[in-house]
Design a protein around this ligand. Structure first.
Ligand code: HAM
Length: 443
């Protein structure tokens, strides 16, 4: 029987690749001093209604549990995080910088870059309203791409601003209660013909053609100077000019971190989720191929909407599906680590107890070690050593321990009491770590 549509099985090779991606996500988040948190996989359905927006609600996996509760598999982490932080806000030191790596579920049509179960790396900062937090998050997103080996020629962040959009739409006469509907239309603009968009705007009783012209013009501007010049053409735009100060701070900080080459100012991005309030951004392949690699923004009202205090917040999530496609396209997939780094062989069965003792000793030092599980010829054992990708085979023989470098075929005799040091000198590290050996701190 196959899997459900949009769900994946992970064989060891795929698991290794996935874990490698997780490692880079976690390592980068920790370098930025973010702390890990976890939230439940199942949440009350109510958590998402009206907070995430209709698109996400339409894609929910939901059911009634045996107690009659309406349950949803989490489609994203942000409402869970906002509820968690809101409940303990008074006790948490600011700024709150948290990250999570976990699985999310959306009942979408499975297609390239979109599945029904996928992993996200979420990073959020709560308790800081200024653009410094937005800059830190965008820097974390870019550094994550860099740590995978991706460059500004390969990926970029399209940076936009809901504050600017909301103020601009109001100044163009869009009534308050229709602002979100119009943002949704702008979100889909890239994929729709002008006539279709005009019809949607007119269905809201708005001046479709004129409004679309203004929307397309603002979306096409690619620099702060161009936005400023546009705003200066109309006195109704005056309140928007002050917002440009925040833009200048954000861009200056990104420039100081030498990250500007990754940034494209692009007001064509507004994000589909309902809760965003300020700067918003999405990461894409520079070529324009594929769906978004990551997306995020500021959501200063969500914590309060979920019953917490008024608390500014911003964050992003990066998905594993589009990221993996992108890494593959740019030859940035991490090399597969061997299953075992060291293989222990024996020349005769009577030496098995000695070999098992040595195997355990090396494993307790945190080395990845494999031996034979049943009587087998030495040739077969060395074949197996190649098969698991071992760099060294240690053969226990009546004459002593013979170490063979399986990459160049060189062999030498090594004394058993110095074999750990010998292996370390040959570059074997302790990938697993070991709680048993304080020596590990040195490797
Ligand atoms: P989102 O744009 O809905 O934002 O998702 C973020 C990323 O998750 C996408 O760019 C994509 O890489 C991945 N993703 C989303 N849906 C799918 C899918 N069906 N299959 C594969 N990958 C997918 C959020 O989820 C916000 N909660 C992010 C955020 C965090 N905002 C503030 N903090």
């Amino acid at each position: 029987m196959g899997t459900l549509p949009g769900f994946r099985q992970f064989f060891p090779q795929e698991c290794a690749l996935r874990d490698n991606i997780f490692d880079t996500w976690r390592r980068t988040a920790k370098a930025f001093a973010f702390q890990p948190y976890e939230a439940p996989t199942l949440e009350p359905l109510e958590l998402y209604i009206e907070k995430s927006g209709q698109e996400v609600v339409d894609q929910l996996f939901c059911f009634q549990d045996k107690g009659g509760r309406a349950i949803a598999l989490r489609p994203e982490l942000t409402p869970s995080l906002a509820a968690m932080v809101g409940a303990k806000a008074a006790a948490l030191k600011r700024p709150i910088k948290w990250f999570n790596v976990g699985e999310c579920y959306r009942y979408e049509r499975p297609q390239k870059g979109r599945l029904r179960a996928f992993y996200q790396f979420n990073a959020d900062i709560l308790g800081e309203a200024g653009p410094g937090a937005d800059a830190e998050l965008i820097a974390l997103m870019i550094t994550t791409f860099q740590n995978f080996g991706l460059t500004e020629q390969q990926v970029h962040i399209r940076l936009s601003d809901r504050t600017l959009w909301l103020q601009a739409l109001s100044s163009w006469g869009v009534p308050q209660e229709q602002l979100f509907a119009v943002l949704n239309i702008i979100d889909k603009r890239e994929r729709e013909a002008a006539q279709q968009v005009i019809a949607k705007l007119e269905a809201l009783h708005l001046e479709g053609e004129k409004l679309l012209q203004a929307i397309d013009h603002l979306s096409s501007l690619r620099s702060l100077q161009a936005i400023e010049a546009f705003l200066n053409t109309n006195k109704h735009h005056e309140p928007l000019i002050s917002r440009l100060e925040d833009w200048k701070v954000l861009m200056a900080q990104l420039e100081a971190m030498e990250l500007l080459p990754f940034i494209t100012i692009d007001l064509g991005i507004v994000r589909g989720l309902a809760y965003y309030t300020g700067f918003v951004y999405e990461a894409f392949e520079r070529s324009g191929q594929g769906r978004a690699l990551a997306g995020g923004g500021r959501y200063d009202t969500l914590v309060e909407k979920l019953g917490g205090p008024q608390l500014p917040a911003a964050g992003f999530a990066m998905g594993d599906v589009t990221l993996q496609d992108c890494l593959q396209a740019h030859n940035c997939l991490p090399a597969q680590a061997p299953q075992a780094a060291v293989f222990i062989a024996i020349t005769e069965e009577s030496l098995r107890p000695q070999a098992l003792r040595l195997t355990q000793q090396l494993r307790r030092h945190g080395l990845q070690v494999q031996g034979t599980l049943k009587p087998t010829s030495l040739n077969k054992q060395l074949e197996q050593a190649q098969h698991v990708g071992a760099h060294h085979a240690l053969t226990v023989s009546p004459e002593g321990l013979v170490a063979k470098d399986l990459r160049n075929g060189h062999s030498e005799v090594v004394k058993e009491d110095v074999v750990v040091e010998w292996l370390r000198a040959k570059g074997h590290s302790c990938p697993l770590g070991s709680p048993f050996d304080s020596d590990l701190l040195k490797c």
